[in-house]
Write a protein that binds this ligand. Structure first.
Ligand code: ZN
Length: 147
């Protein structure tokens, strides 16, 4: 039997990842495709809400909360540091995102060790690949013998 555990919401995570990458590529390469970029970022956020899954903090920090456009420094946002705070200013809707850096010891929840419950490894081991190849070769031999 196969003992690999299933990842809950794996397809949603893959879809959010794909949509974020697509949004990022559209925003960086083509300024006229801004609306499409916003739509894909909005869709990624909506999928995370619908499936009750957390969008990674690094990704979430680069999406404007107001207009859902990607906050890419120099392209869609300007970044300033004032009084030890990083201020990301969205150029599309003038919304500000402020990141406080005064507390050097602060660690976000997803970076703490207790946030990691379980690590799922889906990479196939080499021995499994060799076994599957052997099985395929045996099946081919059987099919040849029938002909
Ligand atoms: Zn915005």
């Amino acid at each position: 039997m196969n003992n690999t555990k299933k990842c809950i919401g794996k397809d949603s995570f893959q879809r959010m990842n794909y949509l974020y990458q697509l949004s990022n590529q559209l925003a960086t390469e083509n300024q006229s495709a801004h609306i499409a970029s916003v739509q894909y970022a909005n869709l990624a956020v909506n999928i995370s809400k619908k499936a009750v899954l957390r969008l990674d903090a690094d990704l979430k920090n680069t999406i404007c909360k107001s207009c859902r456009s990607l906050l890419l420094p120099g392209i869609t946002c300007k970044v300033r540091i004032k009084k030890k705070r990083i201020i990301k200013h969205c150029l599309k809707c003038n919304h500000m995102k402020i990141f406080d850096t005064r507390n050097q010891d602060y660690v976000t929840w997803n970076q703490r060790s207790e946030s990691l419950v379980e690590l799922l490894d889906y990479s196939a081991t080499q021995s499994e690949n060799e076994e599957s190849k052997k099985v395929k070769l045996e099946e081919m031999d059987i099919s040849r013998n029938k002909m």
